[in-house]
Write a protein that binds this ligand. Structure first.
Ligand code: SF4
Ligand code: SF4
Length: 369
């Protein structure tokens, strides 16, 4: 049976906070910070963003706004948020060059290996158990990107970096290739100091590079235009005007991270779970499109990709194939593959039709007169 919670002196809380950071690092997190539950300016930013309808079909963002604003409403008695960072970029994976190979599929680098949710939640729960061992029963709950938590806001407040113009959390020694997780706790731990300023300066590289011009300006993303939203969140048809701009990005997009100068400091992860599986870091687009539904289910088991399901997987790849530029033999194979996947759903048929028309237009444009 767990010991009843004990109240701790300031000295004990200071020492516990230091231990939490140590245990966090032992559990594979690269950084741990602690902050209070005030979401002040970040909640206001969220309200303005929702008012402009920039969240598109992500109605859960608006539905759960009250919980997002107030950690204690999401998990009662919460006094502190422990924010944890885990780097995910696997060693030796290509980022930018792959975007120049339209016959290859680009998948967001976070999704190449096993799904991070389970791994990170498990480690945070282990941290929570350690805290209980030392302090007695507590009111605590672990979160990883699946509940209404303003995770970047808490990470910024906890001193893990700053929210950059691309809306990602940027760390001056690691860039932005990392996951965030949180442990809500009722412990009145000492809080960390946030960085005093953002270090984007006059740089606008992320805003300029975005293929779909999804930023309305610094710190404001119109999710409805973002390729990550279009290929992962959006369940319906991808807007026709944006399809050519998506290129070969079939699951997410990293362009506004790849270009960020702070990412030259990124260090590769040792986590086995984040290593690419099934060659997804350098996969042939046509090969992926030819996966049967059974293959999709098998190969995406335990992967973040599975959440979009087979139809949206094919939808995204159809767009990618429509954007591909290939020699005549491969184009013939691509057309045959696209034809072979007709009849699965109206949504997919419509994207296949678009891809076939586009391939036809592109090949006529390249035929010598
Ligand atoms: S993820 Fe891609 S599409 Fe979305 S904002 Fe960044 S660069 Fe633009
Ligand atoms: S690319 Fe430049 S502006 Fe964008 S987040 Fe990085 S440093 Fe900031």
């Amino acid at each position: 049976m767990t010991e009843a919670s004990k109240s701790l002196s300031t000295v004990e809380l200071d020492s516990l906070a230091a231990n939490i950071k140590l245990w966090g690092r032992e559990l594979g997190f690269q950084q741990v910070g602690i902050t209070d539950t005030d979401t002040g300016e970040h909640s206001e930013h969220l309200r303005r963003w929702l008012d402009k309808q920039l969240h598109g079909e992500m109605s859960y963002m608006a539905d759960r706004e009250a919980l997002r604003k107030d950690p204690a409403a999401l998990h009662e008695k919460t006094l502190r948020v422990i924010s944890l960072r885990m780097d995910y970029l696997p060693p030796n994976v290509e980022t930018v060059k792959l975007l120049d190979h339209p016959d290859k599929a680009y998948l967001s680098r976070y999704a190449l290996g096993r799904d991070y949710h389970k791994l990170i939640r498990k480690r945070i729960k282990t941290l929570a158990d350690k805290i209980v061992e030392h302090t007695g029963e507590r009111s605590q709950r672990a979160f990883v990107d699946s509940a209404p938590v303003l995770e970047r806001a808490f990470a910024e407040k906890a001193g893990l970096g700053w929210i950059g113009k691309n809306t990602m959390l940027i760390n001056s020694t690691m860039g932005s290739w990392f996951f965030l997780g949180e442990l809500f706790t009722d412990l009145p731990l000492p809080i960390d100091t946030p960085q005093t300023s953002k270090h984007c300066g006059s740089c606008t590289a992320c805003l300029d590079i975005c293929p779909t011009k999804a930023f309305n300006g610094a710190f404001e993303l119109d999710a409805r235009k973002c390729i990550s939203y279009l290929t992962i969140e959006l369940k319906s048809s991808i807007p026709i005007n944006l399809r050519p701009l998506i290129g070969n990005r079939v699951f997410g997009c990293d362009d506004c991270q790849i270009i960020c100068p702070w990412n030259k400091f990124a260090k590769p992860t040792d986590e086995q779970d984040f290593k690419p599986r099934h060659g997804l870091d350098d996969a042939d687009m046509l090969g992926l499109f030819l996966w049967t539904e059974q293959e999709f289910e098998k190969k995406t088991e335990g992967s973040a990709i599975r959440r979009i399901g087979y139809q949206r997987w094919l939808r995204n790849l159809a767009v990618g194939l429509g954007n591909s530029k290939q020699d005549n033999d491969k184009t013939a194979q691509t057309i045959a593959a696209l034809q072979s996947r007709k009849g699965i759903s109206d949504l997919l048929d419509e994207h296949i039709h678009w891809a076939l028309e586009r391939l036809d237009t592109n090949s006529s444009a390249h035929t010598p007169s």
